[in-house]
Design a protein around this ligand. Structure first.
Ligand SMILES: C[S@@+](CC[C@H](N)C(=O)[O-])C[C@H]1O[C@@H](n2cnc3c(N)ncnc32)[C@H](O)[C@@H]1O
Length: 547
């Protein structure tokens, strides 16, 4: 453990309401660098004027960069300057600097929290800097964001947050800016996060602007998520819970590939059985590489929402032309014509297609399910490096079950018409339903992404509908709840087509869930939510081509 006050890390969250700023986490009592005592929640910090800063001038303070803070700073710099993804840069920087487990946790919390909370922190910093933030050197601004997150949302003693952030700036930006950083962070530390929010929001009447600052989301995303709640039949009053859920670090979910993997080792190691879908568990944290089944690839990290939609696609009834009266369109109650007693016929193996497979999370689960059901899977992905990841993901599934195609999904419908029994279109989307997973993405996305992706999403769905056999089912999935990429795509593509029927996706999800009542369905499509189901906001529509 470093001596730099990193022992007081909170959980991997963005800014939170509440004076202590921290919730959850180990919260052990400890002594800071200056010997000050912290209680179990680290609450000696955030006391405004009472806090005992060292009176040293910045030039007399720490001159070295604490490795955990340096990692966080490098992550923020790579995200801002190189358009990097934090979740890819962070592990590489942690390895490069050889951080131990605890410092790695601190660096994760600091970098993810500072990135998620950027909107709130920038609003606070703007009150503490004597010029517009965009006139600051971007590296200084990133150092200030790191300092603000420590001061306002982590259980780091204020003096350590200041001293170490100034030390970091001296080491990596230069001596000049350290006085500015010191002065600004002192101003930031004069209030708790809740006090800052009161100050910032006291004169604000616009509810969108208020939510944007309080929950650190761009205003357009606040509006988009409100619209999404309404479109999927949920009360708009849930918006605060949804925005707050985006700021919580997601628990790592595991899936044991059916028929191939086992969760025993994970459960013995402290994982908790998943409550929503069979074969899943909530990881107890730590290095998952310690689990042999994870190393083999038979147990994988996968959001429960992804597991549910993949299982629903694999389980939904195909239209074999034999109907049970009163169950038309349910997608779950029709009998399989081939399985009637006394009339058994050799059933040809089903062919499944995962049209947008990279990096292969759902393909691995579908491959395992296909093996169990005697089906085969074609996993398609146009980007060669992602197609390689799909092969790696599928490596644990016997090779005769699957094949990876590197190509454009829009061409599959014409190249392989009416060839597949089940098709998954996990369409490229804005990812507005997975903001908690990608801390920087909310600041990177723009409303234009929604309009740009629309034509591709429609073409992929049309291609899938051309590729599916009569009686077969297409699952259209996004990790976004926005109506422009969910319900609007489905209704546009289904318009004027009497050969297609929308199955009840909510019922199909219920059927593969452990609870049997997810309450995700609305007008025959289904939407999962981080604040309701603790999953990514996955959308599912199931479209069957009439036999
Ligand atoms: C949401 S991701 C799929 C995630 C994947 N199903 C999984 O569970 O790991 C969308 C994928 O679609 C791919 N994609 C983009 N354009 C495509 C196209 N024209 N045809 C097929 N796939 C495409 C992207 O490269 C990306 O890998």
């Amino acid at each position: 453990m470093s001596e730099s006050g990193t022992s007081g890390s909170g959980r991997g969250n963005g800014p939170r309401r509440g004076g202590s700023g921290g919730q959850g986490g180990a919260g052990q009592a400890g002594r800071g660098r200056d010997g000050s005592q912290r209680n179990a929640q680290g609450r000696e910090r955030n006391r405004g004027p009472q806090r005992g800063f060292t009176e040293n001038a910045p030039s007399q303070r720490t001159r070295r960069a604490d490795p955990a803070r340096l990692v966080a700073f490098e992550v923020l710099r790579a995200v801002a300057a190189e358009d990097a993804y934090a979740n890819l840069v962070l592990p590489a920087r942690i390895r490069h600097h050889g951080l131990d487990k605890r410092d790695a946790g601190f660096a994760t919390e600091l970098s993810y929290g500072a990135l998620r909370g950027q909107g709130t922190y920038d609003a606070i910093l703007a009150r503490c800097v004597d010029r517009p933030l965009d006139q600051l050197d971007p590296a200084i601004l990133d150092a200030l964001r790191i300092g603000a997150h420590q001061l306002l949302a982590m259980r780091v003693p204020a003096h350590a947050a200041l001293d170490q952030t100034v030390g970091l700036a001296r080491a990596v930006i230069g001596a000049g800016p350290s006085a500015l950083i010191n002065a600004v962070l002192r101003k930031v530390s004069a209030h708790t996060l809740e006090e800052w929010l009161d100050l910032l929001l006291s004169d604000e009447t616009d509810e969108t602007k208020k939510a944007a600052i309080r929950y650190a989301h761009p205003e357009w995303i606040v509006r988009a998520l409100r619209q999404s709640l309404v479109a999927h039949g949920r009360p708009v009053s849930e918006i605060s819970d949804l925005l707050e859920a985006d700021n919580a670090a997601p628990v790592v979910n595991l899936v044991a590939l059916p028929g191939l993997g086992s969760l025993d080792e994970a459960l013995e190691g402290g994982a908790t059985p998943g409550e929503l879908v069979e074969g899943s568990a909530l990881s107890s944290g730590g290095d998952l590489g310690r689990l042999a089944s994870v190393r083999e690839g038979t147990t994988r990290v996968q959001d429960v929402g992804s597991q549910l939609v993949a299982r629903a696609m694999a389980a939904v009834a195909l239209d074999t032309g034999v109907k049970v009266p009163g169950t038309e369109g349910s997608g779950v109650q029709e009998t399989d014509g081939d399985s009637r007693p006394g009339q058994e016929r050799e059933k040809p193996a089903e062919r499944w297609l995962d049209m947008c497979a990279g990096p292969g999370g759902k393909a691995a689960l579908l491959g395992a399910l296909a093996r169990e059901q005697g089906a085969t899977l074609l996993a398609n992905e146009p980007a060669p490096h992602r197609a390689k990841l799909v092969r790696q993901a599928l490596a644990a599934v016997p090779h005769e079950v699957w094949h990876v195609r590197t190509g454009d999904g829009r061409e599959v419908g014409t190249e392989m018409p009416e060839s597949f029994d089940r098709v998954l279109v996990d369409a490229p989307c804005t990812g507005l339903g997975a903001l908690r997973r990608r801390p920087e993405s909310r600041w990177r996305r723009t409303p234009k992404d929604l309009t740009d992706l629309g034509p591709l999403q429609r073409e992929l769905l049309k291609s899938a509908l051309a590729a599916v056999k009569p009686g077969g089912v297409v699952a259209y999935v996004t990790c976004s709840p926005h109506p422009a990429e969910t319900t609007a795509v489905v209704s546009d593509v289904l318009r004027n087509r009497d050969d297609l029927e929308l199955l009840d996706a909510g019922a199909a999800l219920d059927r593969v869930s452990l609870t049997g009542h997810l309450d995700a369905g609305h007008e025959r499509t289904a939407q999962l939510w981080p604040h309701v189901h603790r999953t990514d906001a996955m959308f599912l529509a199931l479209i069957r081509k009439k036999a």
